[in-house]
Design a protein around this ligand. Structure first.
Ligand code: SME
Length: 160
């Protein structure tokens, strides 16, 4: 078992440590499911205040549930639906302070209040998957979280 304990005093340091742990864990492993599974566990253990952390994969133009931590979740999400589908269709990060105000939000867990979804693109800019983080705290995700998770997803784009 790998024992990564990322408990930095400030968020910037935490994301820097998280990024290097992710690089270390995935660099020599070619299997995308294994890498998504470890990435989900790493994020779940490192970021406080989450109730779900994981991936939806682009499978022939539909989002299909991938490795995650948290409660069982919806399995398939069409592009354009909910927060994950909006990220998949637009290829833009979706940082939603209040999911209940987001048109078409898919409530997998009634406890979720805010959400951050980051697209993961391959070298050609094609969507591989999205990283989805949910929190029961409204406006849990800041610009710093968005930037930190974008950096994680750039690494993941090379190893998924
Ligand atoms: N709430 C998401 C669905 C996925 S779950 O949160 C795990 C959405 O609207 O895309």
């Amino acid at each position: 078992m790998y024992d990564f304990k990322i408990e930095a005093a400030d968020k910037a340091t935490m994301y820097r440590d998280l990024l290097s742990a992710l690089e270390g864990l995935t660099a020599s492993e070619p299997d995308p499911i294994a890498n998504m599974a470890n990435a989900a566990a790493l994020v779940w253990e490192s970021l406080p205040g989450l109730n779900w952390a994981g991936f939806y994969r682009n499978v022939d133009g539909e989002l299909v549930l991938g490795p995650f931590q948290g409660r069982p979740a919806c399995i398939r999400i069409p592009f354009g639906q909910g927060v994950c589908g909006a990220a998949a269709e637009s290829l833009q990060v979706q940082r939603v302070e209040d999911v209940h105000a987001f048109p078409g939000h898919i409530a997998c867990d009634a406890a979720s209040a805010s959400e951050l979804v980051v697209p993961i693109l391959d070298q050609d800019g094609k969507l591989i998957a999205v990283l989805d983080l949910d929190s029961p705290t409204p406006a849990r995700f800041t610009e710093e979280d968005e930037a930190g998770c974008l950096a994680l997803c750039e690494v993941l784009g090379k190893v998924l």
